[in-house]
Ligand binder design. Structure first.
Ligand SMILES: [Fe+2]
Length: 258
């Protein structure tokens, strides 16, 4: 179908291939990671499961898993469809996402503590899955083999909002301090692949950047380590319908706990 959104090759190395596509009306970026030697693939934050099952089918990859950086609707929407067309696919999400009411569908849950990591294997590739809460209670950031999949924890110019149900500004600050030290150890040319394509302050609208550029140009990372400066950042909360809903959800949770 010519109407399908394009997936672009954004990384092509000896061991790994990465395809990126912008799907849906919320600027979501989806990433398909392929282990070249095994032909196994994992999709990160699928907006459409059928789309990625089709891409893998056409190219001869075996889609073995889906990884959710977090459970927000626009990052997990494709899971149900994916399980329908590939019932054996493993769907990973962090257990702490239940703190915002996530009940699946998924098949496997990470349960490591915030600011620690566990390994995830895809064929012959091994990634570190870091638990970086703040945008949501169990957000993860996935790193390895020259890429950083930052979901809604870190966008290219800023970080994710912390005012939605289950969000936590202090946890986000701690996660960014943690990530900053981890990113500083990576080669500067590693790619940062966020969960959304949001325009930068200079008006450009890239879909990825490098670790070197992120460490210099990301306003949230720049403020991390200085709570007063961080807590004043204007993109941590917004005056919109999502914030109203989050306030209602928090009030309801308080009612139930009394
Ligand atoms: Fe999100």
């Amino acid at each position: 179908m010519s109407t399908l959104p394009r997936s672009n090759t954004i990384y092509d190395g000896a061991e790994m291939l990465v395809l990126q596509a912008q799907l849906g009306d919320w600027d979501n970026l989806n990433h398909l990671i392929i282990c070249k030697s095994s032909g196994q693939a994992t999709i990160v934050d699928p907006f459409s499961g059928r789309y990625w099952a089709r891409v893998c089918g056409e190219r001869g990859y075996t889609l073995t898993s889906a990884l959710l950086t977090h459970s927000h609707w626009d990052h997990s929407k494709g899971v149900a469809g994916l399980l329908k067309v590939i019932p054996e696919v493993r769907v990973w999400v962090h257990q702490l996402e239940s703190g915002r009411g996530w009940e699946g569908p998924d098949t496997d849950r990470w349960d490591h503590s915030p600011l620690t990591s566990v390994d995830f294997h895809l064929g012959n590739l091994t990634f570190k899955v870091h638990c970086t809460p703040g945008h949501t209670p169990g957000h993860v950031t996935i790193c390895g083999h020259g890429i950083v999949l930052s979901g809604d924890c870190l966008f290219l110019g800023r970080c994710g909002r912390t005012d939605l149900f289950g969000g936590d500004m202090r946890a986000q600050h701690e996660s960014l301090i943690y990530l900053k030290s981890i990113l500083a150890e990576f080669p500067e040319d590693w790619l940062v692949l966020p969960g959304h394509q949001y325009a930068l302050a200079d008006g450009s609208n890239p879909t990825f950047t490098t670790v070197g550029e992120l460490l210099v140009g990301n306003a949230a990372l720049a403020a991390a380590g200085d709570w007063d400066e961080f807590s004043r950042l204007e993109f941590l909360s917004f005056d919109d319908s999502l914030a109203v809903r989050a306030r209602r959800q928090r009030a309801k949770t308080r009612e139930h706990s009394h």
